[in-house]
Design a protein around this ligand. Structure first.
Ligand SMILES: Nc1ncnc2c1ncn2[C@@H]1O[C@H](COP(=O)(O)OP(=O)(O)OP(=O)(O)O)[C@@H](O)[C@H]1O
Ligand SMILES: [Mg+2]
Length: 182
């Protein structure tokens, strides 16, 4: 994987598979601390302490079609390559948070890539779910919350083409001024 945004897409797919109805993606860049953190938080079914322990082992998966689950191990590897780390917190019936920390300036840190594309794809493919995307660059933040969009849209589905086009433009216009280096 060449872009961290693709890892984010993968981690968010786990949340969807876990029955989440609200998924929060946070990207936080702190140049003074030379740190990039990415978290994906969901309100899905969560994991028991035993499951959680096994997920830390890369050869564990609940998939039946294939033996090895790669989403979390790949994201962990991308973080550890930069001297960072990955942490998972999960509670059965409550939800799961996956947190990855990267050294921002590390030569092996993959670029964030097309995170707007990831966020819009998640919304387009899962119009019944809610997503929050919060990007912070050195203290300046932007947030998209589909629950707020729904208040304005009423019965109009989020994945209707003109709504999707508007969301794409809204993300572009608001993320650009943050001047992300990620
Ligand atoms: N957000 C989550 N909520 C509940 N369980 C999760 C969550 N994320 C991961 N898991 C559990 O951890 C396992 C490993 O996840 P991982 O993404 O590494 O592999 P996978 O999803 O099984 O396979 P792949 O990502 O390669 O398609 C999952 O099969 C699932 O049981
Ligand atoms: Mg997965």
């Amino acid at each position: 994987m060449r872009e961290l945004s693709l890892n984010v897409l993968d981690i968010a797919q786990n949340s969807i598979a876990a029955g989440a109805t609200l998924i929060t993606i946070r990207v936080t860049e702190e140049s003074a601390a030379d740190r990039l953190s990415i978290t994906v938080e969901d309100n899905g079914r969560g994991m028991s302490p035993e499951q959680l322990q096994k997920v830390r082992d890369p050869f564990y998966t609940t998939r039946t079609t294939r033996k090895v689950g790669m989403g979390i191990p790949l994201f962990r590897m991308a973080a550890e390559m930069t001297g960072g780390s990955l942490d998972i917190r999960s509670e059965l019936g409550q939800g799961t948070t996956v947190m990855a920390v990267f050294t921002l300036s590390h030569i092996d840190r993959m670029p964030l890539g097309d995170i707007q594309g990831t966020v819009t794809a998640l919304i387009r493919l899962n119009p019944q779910l809610d997503f929050r995307y919060i990007q912070t660059v050195d203290g300046a933040s932007f947030e998209l919350d589909t629950r707020k969009l729904r208040e304005i849209l009423g019965d109009v589905p989020l994945n209707q083409p003109d709504v999707m086009e508007w969301i794409g433009g809204y993300l572009r216009e608001n993320l650009e001024p943050l001047r992300s280096q990620a």
